[in-house]
Design a protein around this ligand. Structure first.
Ligand SMILES: C[S@@+](CC[C@H](N)C(=O)[O-])C[C@H]1O[C@@H](n2cnc3c(N)ncnc32)[C@H](O)[C@@H]1O
Length: 177
């Protein structure tokens, strides 16, 4: 039964590839350009081993590509996360590199990336496989007022990385493989 299912997913994936023109292709695979929500929605279910993303962060500074604020971050991210959950294979992983942000107008940190993690687990049913803290000393010092003028805060030098799994499916997968 499992082999039949994998064969059907392979056929659906091949059909998907035949219908979509890659942005570029190398010997290692193809890259597709588009809105991730639409591309994900077009993919067959349980056909992807790994989704890795560095989404827009909830920074105080607004970017041209559009970055949601901390208050609305979960509402913005949930549709992506639902689609990812649908397309992930039973042993699939969802890895999110998500930088921290300052609270607007005060020298304190937002908790939005931790709230996102809890939302993914409590609301959507993901499980935290493992967390990573990426030490990145190349970040710009800021906000200038608190980091370089008043010097009451340090330069932010860490990004969090949440490695998510759909563990109920993973456990089933491990016990049947
Ligand atoms: C935080 S930046 C990623 C930065 C990147 N990790 C780097 O180090 O340069 C977020 C990226 O997500 C892209 N993006 C935003 N919304 C998107 C969407 N709906 N689908 C696909 N990409 C999107 C933006 O264009 C932007 O390039």
């Amino acid at each position: 039964m499992k082999a039949v299912k994998s064969y059907s997913t392979l056929c659906k994936t091949a059909l998907w590839e035949a219908k979509h023109e890659p942005y570029y292709r190398t010997d290692f695979g193809a890259a597709y350009l588009g809105d991730a929500r639409q591309l994900l929605a077009s993919l067959p279910e349980k056909s992807v081993s790994l989704v890795i993303t560095s989404p827009p962060f909830a920074l105080r500074t607004k970017k041209n590509y559009g970055n949601p604020d901390a208050e609305h971050y979960g509402d913005w991210f949930r549709p992506f996360a639902r689609e990812v959950q649908r397309v992930l294979k039973d042993d699939g992983s969802f890895v999110i590199e998500i930088g921290g942000a300052w609270t607007p107008r005060q020298p304190t940190r937002s908790l939005y990336q931790y709230e996102l993690l809890i939302d993914l687990v409590r609301t959507l049913g993901y499980h935290l496989a493992q967390e990573f803290f990426w030490f990145n000393p190349a970040k710009m010092p800021g906000p200038a007022q608190w980091v370089t003028i008043d010097r009451i805060r340090c330069t932010d030098a860490v990004s969090t990385i949440w490695w998510e799994t759909v563990v109920s499916r993973l456990v089933r997968h491990l016990s049947t493989s």
